[in-house]
Write a protein that binds this ligand. Structure first.
Ligand SMILES: Nc1nc2c(ncn2[C@@H]2O[C@H](COP(=O)(O)OP(=O)(O)OP(=O)(O)O)[C@@H](O)[C@H]2O)c(=O)[nH]1
Ligand SMILES: [Mg+2]
Length: 308
């Protein structure tokens, strides 16, 4: 038998905030490249994850959750997602198994149909470990009715790794024939500084409530090799000094992020450092500073400075 044809292409995961898009991206890639949290609106830029298989390469585009925007940041994120619709081969609409399909989901579908009427649409029911089999079946039917008879619907649990490989196969089958876009082994095109900033933000999101998650932004200021640390031994691992700024919108938020006697910030630093070292394979020393950038989510100038 001759080699089966190689397929490659782009798929974007879209859905309301908190529906498990980034967790699914990580599960399919097999490594954490996108941060996740129980707070909605965790993802703030499109993140490419690359899935390598013998006969296919999939480029997953994880996108920010979509909802009616309340700030300029929200508007910009929505625009960003709409822009990606036209650049992909498949759009996968993610709906959690444990929440009823609602107006927010229908609004997203309308947007997809307007922006990319010809793009292959796929339904994904996420978080199936949270409900009974019956409820999964009901959600599959409901999603199928929403998307119409042409669209496949796939149930998946990224947390438990259930059906992840099935989803890879289904998406691969919808990709055009063509060569790989990325070299073997490359799992993302995220710059290391972005990954670091995101892992710090993820650690800082842990345990904070209400408006604060939305008000947090992280910028890496400087990454410097630690001088003299290598000592005489050339084989000793490199050490990096990473200087990061955590932006919040109000002084009261700064106090929360820092915590009593700096305890919270220290914990954030420890957690983020472990994750960053794991991903980069390098020892790092994290210097975290918290700054107030008043109402940056609504301020075009500040948004620009923060990269939005
Ligand atoms: N039980 C369970 N929880 C999940 C699963 N997938 C994601 N979650 C949880 O759902 C929450 C949201 O996950 P994310 O992956 O950050 O969701 P998202 O869609 O990327 O969210 P935004 O970036 O804000 O749009 C987190 O607390 C995850 O741990 C799953 O398969 N099972
Ligand atoms: Mg996300």
């Amino acid at each position: 038998m001759t080699d089966a044809e190689f397929r490659s292409g782009f798929v974007c995961f879209v859905g309301r905030p908190n529906t498990g898009k980034s967790t699914l991206t990580n599960a399919m890639v097999g490594q954490k490249i996108a941060i996740t949290s129980s707070r909605p609106q965790t993802t703030r830029h499109t993140i490419r994850g690359i899935v390598h298989r013998e006969h296919a390469q999939l480029i997953l585009v994880d996108t920010p959750g979509l909802h009616r925007p309340r700030t300029l940041l929200g508007q910009r994120l929505n625009d960003l997602v709409r822009d990606t619709y036209s650049e992909v081969d498949v759009i996968a609409l993610c709906i959690p198994a444990d929440e009823k399909i609602g107006p927010g989901d229908r609004w997203i579908l309308t947007q997809i149909r307007q922006m990319a009427p010809k793009t292959t649409l796929l339904g994904v029911v996420t978080k199936i470990d949270k409900v009974s089999r019956d409820q999964v079946a009901q959600q599959l039917v409901a999603l199928s009715e929403l998307l119409g008879p042409e669209a496949d619907v796939v149930p998946v649990s990224a947390a438990k790794g259930e059906q992840v490989e099935v989803l890879v196969d289904v998406i691969a089958s919808k990709m055009p024939e063509g060569p790989a876009f990325y070299p073997d082994g490359e799992l993302t095109d995220e710059p290391e500084e972005t990954l670091m900033a995101e892992l710090i933000r993820e650690a800082a999101l842990e345990g904070v409530r209400d408006e604060l998650p939305h008000s947090l932004a992280v910028v890496i200021e400087e990454v410097l090799p630690r001088e003299g640390d290598a000592g005489q031994d050339d084989s000793s691992p490199e050490m990096l000094d990473v200087h990061a700024l955590l932006y919040v919108e109000r002084p009261s938020q700064k106090a929360i992020v820092i915590g009593k006697g700096g305890a919270r910030l220290k914990e954030v630093g420890t957690n983020a450092r472990k994750q960053i070292e794991h991903i980069l394979g390098t020892r790092i020393y994290l210097h975290l500073h918290v700054k107030v950038a008043k109402d940056w989510q609504r301020d075009p100038k500040q948004l620009g400075k923060l990269g939005f």
